[in-house]
Design a binder for this molecule. Structure first.
Ligand SMILES: CC(C)(COP(=O)(O)OP(=O)(O)OC[C@H]1O[C@@H](n2cnc3c(N)ncnc32)[C@H](O)[C@@H]1OP(=O)(O)O)[C@@H](O)C(=O)NCCC(=O)NCCS
Length: 181
């Protein structure tokens, strides 16, 4: 991890909610979903934040601005993780922040022994699929009408544990479908 990226928690709720609204218009997760998820010990959040140059509180305290986050729900027993969200503020995109959040999350999960990962993206979201593909995720299936507003299929991508012997085109093993979202 570095200056920009740190582990997220309940104190980041408001910043995460604003990012959700900006990045997923029409399908932002509601406050209670984040409240529950942020409190779960098996959920991991990383946030990217910056200190706006010209802004200082009257107290002299600098307020940082959340500009990105990534969330992953895990099942430590099965060493399984579901990357449930990745978002970067529209004004700060294409500067490598999304990639850094994803790389840092993969390193964090590896340190936790989580070695089978799943993520879904909208079918049209080709550059996000590429972000996952170059990090070892493979497309396993498409789920029609998975997303609403607008309705669209999801591309499911899995990163298998190296020793599993699974390869491109194979479906996620039974029992690990839970938690998709
Ligand atoms: C997906 C998202 C998090 C990427 O954040 P970002 O900070 O712009 O990502 P990066 O700058 O690290 O770029 C990631 C890759 O996508 C490419 N990319 C970024 N924006 C792009 C765009 N608008 N069109 C095409 N490619 C783009 C970059 O070139 C980069 O490729 P590289 O790793 O080969 O250099 C951001 O676009 C976002 O919040 N999108 C809306 C929410 C969303 O779709 N989340 C994903 C759901 S799983």
């Amino acid at each position: 991890m570095n200056d920009l990226i740190r582990q997220g928690g309940l104190r980041d709720l408001e910043g995460i909610l604003s990012l959700e609204k900006a990045c997923f218009p029409g399908e932002a997760w509601p406050r209670n979903v984040f409240l529950e998820d942020l409190a779960r010990p098996t959920s991991f959040y990383l946030v990217a934040e910056i200190e706006p140059r010209d802004f200082q509180e009257p107290t002299g305290e600098h307020i940082k601005q959340l500009i990105g986050y990534i969330a992953c729900a895990t099942d430590p027993v099965h060493r399984y993780g579901h990357i449930s969200s990745l978002a970067v503020d529209p004004d700060h995109r294409s500067q490598g922040i999304g990639g850094r959040l994803l790389d840092d999350m993969l390193a964090l999960l590896e340190a936790q022994g989580i070695d089978c990962l799943r993520a879904e993206t909208r079918l049209s979201n080709r550059h996000v699929q590429e972000m996952f593909r170059i990090r070892g995720f493979l497309e396993t299936e498409q789920i029609p009408r998975y997303y609403q507003n607008p309705t669209e299929a999801a591309v499911v991508m899995i990163r298998w544990p190296r020793e599993s012997g699974f390869s491109q085109g194979q479906r996620i093993p039974p029992g690990r479908h839970e938690g998709g979202g």
